[in-house]
Write a protein that binds this ligand. Structure first.
Ligand SMILES: *[C@@H]1O[C@H](CO)[C@@H](O)[C@H](O)[C@H]1NC(C)=O
Ligand SMILES: *[C@@H]1O[C@H](CO)[C@@H](O)[C@H](O)[C@H]1NC(C)=O
Ligand SMILES: *[C@@H]1O[C@H](CO)[C@@H](O)[C@H](O)[C@H]1NC(C)=O
Ligand SMILES: *[C@@H]1O[C@H](CO)[C@@H](O)[C@H](O)[C@H]1NC(C)=O
Ligand SMILES: *[C@@H]1O[C@H](CO)[C@@H](O)[C@H](O)[C@H]1NC(C)=O
Ligand SMILES: *[C@@H]1O[C@H](CO)[C@@H](O)[C@H](O)[C@H]1NC(C)=O
Ligand SMILES: *[C@@H]1O[C@H](CO)[C@@H](O)[C@H](O)[C@H]1NC(C)=O
Ligand SMILES: *[C@@H]1O[C@H](CO)[C@@H](O)[C@H](O)[C@H]1NC(C)=O
Ligand SMILES: *[C@@H]1O[C@H](CO)[C@@H](O)[C@H](O)[C@H]1NC(C)=O
Length: 403
């Protein structure tokens, strides 16, 4: 307790927070309203509905298109695709399957697309030769990111990469040329809805949902000291409601906490889960949210995405909708005590299902069908300044910053 009290002195009193959160909420609402379309994403290609489809048939698909992975994706040489060659596109049953995946840099001149992970470390000078001398204007240089702008390095490490380099963005942002969100929510097909969720079984399903939930709020976290300062919010909130923290710095232990087994235990035992992102950035919503929705848990979200457009109504709680951590805690106590009010947060499950990728690599791999598709079209685009596209105006303030 003493520890977070000391931290609290940096923003005077709790009542000060309470007052300002209202103002920030207003700002956040404006920020979020930029983009009110609900995106319908195709399962295989992850294609937003508004993407113009150009017929692949009109092109010569027997001609092989080389996709060169100039960097690795973190330590994964294959960007989640598991192997090089044509198989990744065939196995995934992409619409366009004539692509050949490689990381052989001698193929640079022949490549149709050159893929660059913005979080690469750029320590080796050979890595950097890609910037500044492109020989072939028909190639698509692809900018990949699954981390929020605050946690990516390219613009700082190599400012020369910012201008007139990239043609295609492949990031979690929904306005990317190849959007690769961590997950999405889709309407159930009529058949599936009947099979899985027979309305006659509704009360049995609901009883099961609550059967073993003896505890209130859980949080599974690996990093503290984040840009969003989610840890501060949790510290304050824990004054008003019990929060069990799992993970490296948690006060609870969970064997294999990086696996789904820990999440499954949490979903059985807890009523609420903190889906708090490490940064407050446009569209930045990770598996912390989608995975939680997929379990029988109510996610409490803190992030910069337009959650209203992403999730079905009545499926989550947003910290920005509450005056203070205390008000949120009070509402959670109310829900925990009122079964029927609590269960209303799961009604959406009769009509919607969650698709999410259990790793960042799986999410990024999902974009390659679309990329293969693009290299078969006459897609042309130039980002005059990719760093501005990525950084300028894309991240909002945390819930504390203006205090
Ligand atoms: C299509 O591509 C293949 C392989 O590059 C080539 O042999 C063939 O002549 C091309 N066909 C047309 C119609 O351009
Ligand atoms: C870029 O140009 C320099 C100088 O001509 C050359 O040494 C280097 O190999 C080139 N890099 C690539 C990736 O082609
Ligand atoms: C890719 O971008 C570069 C500059 O950033 C531009 O010169 C080139 O024409 C673009 N290529 C395509 C296929 O859009
Ligand atoms: C749904 O059910 C109908 C009739 O039983 C069937 O013809 C159709 O293929 C099913 N659709 C899916 C997506 O399973
Ligand atoms: C729903 O009920 C039917 C019969 O009433 C049963 O056969 C079926 O297994 C139940 N489904 C679930 C998901 O419990
Ligand atoms: C509740 O716990 C019991 C005992 O561990 C277990 O058998 C049962 O499957 C659990 N129910 C649910 C819905 O998780
Ligand atoms: C730590 O554990 C205790 C006991 O389970 C709990 O009441 C408390 O809320 C936890 N969380 C924090 C952040 O101290
Ligand atoms: C419990 O929740 C239900 C449904 O939201 C509501 O109608 C009822 O008034 C609540 N009960 C109490 C005691 O608040
Ligand atoms: C950031 O975007 C704003 C609004 O679009 C613009 O006025 C400003 O010049 C941009 N800043 C930089 C550094 O490019």
């Amino acid at each position: 307790m003493a520890m977070w009290w000391r931290r609290m002195t940096s923003f005077r009193t709790l009542s000060a927070i309470t007052g300002y959160i209202g103002v920030i909420h207003l700002v956040m609402t404006l920020f979020k309203n930029e983009d009110t379309n609900r995106y319908h994403l195709d399962v295989i290609t992850c294609r937003p509905a508004n993407f113009q489809i150009v017929s692949v048939e009109s092109k010569n698909v027997s001609e092989e298109k080389i996709i060169l992975l100039w960097t690795a994706f973190y330590r994964d040489l294959y960007f989640g695709l598991g192997k090089f060659g044509r198989e990744p596109f065939i196995e995934r049953r992409c619409e366009a399957r004539n692509c050949f995946l490689t990381n052989d840099r001698s193929m640079l001149d022949k490549a149709s697309a050159v893929v660059i992970h913005n979080r690469h470390h750029w320590r080796q000078s050979a890595d950097r030769t890609i910037f500044g001398n492109r020989s072939n204007a028909n190639q698509l240089f692809v900018y990949v990111s699954m981390e929020s702008p605050g946690y990516t390095y390219l613009s700082r490490a190599l400012p020369e990469s910012c201008q007139m380099m990239f043609n295609v963005t492949m990031t979690y942002r929904l306005d990317s040329d190849v959007p690769i969100p961590y997950g999405y929510v889709a309407k159930r097909s009529a058949n599936k809805s009947r099979d899985d969720y027979d309305v006659r079984n509704e009360s049995a399903i609901e009883r099961g949902r609550l059967a073993n939930k003896t505890r209130s709020v859980a949080w599974l976290v690996s990093h503290s000291d984040t840009i969003s300062r989610r840890e501060t919010y949790v510290r304050v909130m824990s004054r008003f409601i019990d929060i069990d923290v799992y993970g490296k710095r948690g006060n609870q232990t969970c064997k294999h906490w990086r696996t789904d087994r820990c999440m499954a235990m949490i979903a059985q035992t807890y009523k609420f889960y903190l889906s708090f992102e490490n940064s407050i950035c446009r569209d930045y919503v990770t598996e912390k949210y989608y995975r939680t929705l997929n379990y029988d848990l109510i996610p409490i979200v803190y992030g910069g995405a337009n959650y209203v457009a992403l999730g079905p109504p009545g499926s989550y709680l947003d910290v920005y909708d509450f005056r203070s951590p205390r008000a949120l805690a009070r509402y959670l106590r109310y829900l925990a005590a009122n079964q029927s009010a609590y269960l209303e947060y799961f009604r959406w499950k009769f009509d919607y299902e969650v698709v999410y990728f259990d790793s960042t690599a799986a999410a990024v791999a999902n974009g390659f069908c679309r990329l293969c598709y693009l290299v078969n079209t006459d897609y042309r685009k130039t980002y005059d300044n990719i760093c501005e596209w990525w950084h300028n105006g894309t991240c909002g303030q945390t819930i504390f910053d203006t205090i």
